[in-house]
Write a protein that binds this ligand. Sequence first.
Ligand SMILES: [Zn+2]
Ligand SMILES: [Zn+2]
Length: 183
Amino acid sequence: MNFKLKILGIIALLSVTYFMAKNTVKKSFSNKLTQYETLAEEGQLAFGIPREKRVKVVKMVPSDPLYKNSAYYSAEDNKIFINEEMLNKVPYGCKRSIMFHECVHIKYGDTRATPQCEHRADTEGFYATECYICAHEIAVNRRGRDARNRGYLMTKDIDKISEDLKKQNKICSYHQTNKLNLA
Ligand SMILES: [Zn+2]
Ligand SMILES: [Zn+2]
């Protein structure tokens, strides 16, 4: 085989490998992302955010200074950034509550994470899930964490929201069929 052909062969092989690797990564990511996109869509619909203002959900990179968060909304980028590794570990109701929290930021066009904004995003977001189990799951998730100084609700505050929603028999379609998650 002449040298030129050999090089071409190597390039072709590398291209195929690269193409396959790229598509595998892209595919496995987009499959998982769909769930968060669906929840963000549901949340934005719940808050009446017009279609032309709807934001995209993108994956955070580990070098992101806000990587310790499970999700955040950036008004500047008009995107919800998600820490997929972190979100994949929490129950569905947490994922849903977190995405609804971000949608409140979109609703008000919050540009900074002030305590007032975070308090409002938690309160309105968790009520808007219209599901006492979703609210319960985010309440459990907050147990042992105290971020009141940054405006976030504590477990007992979210329990109160969950109780209110339960009194009104509010439950999402997912938990209607998956009630066993209630711990
Ligand atoms: Zn927030
Ligand atoms: Zn639910």
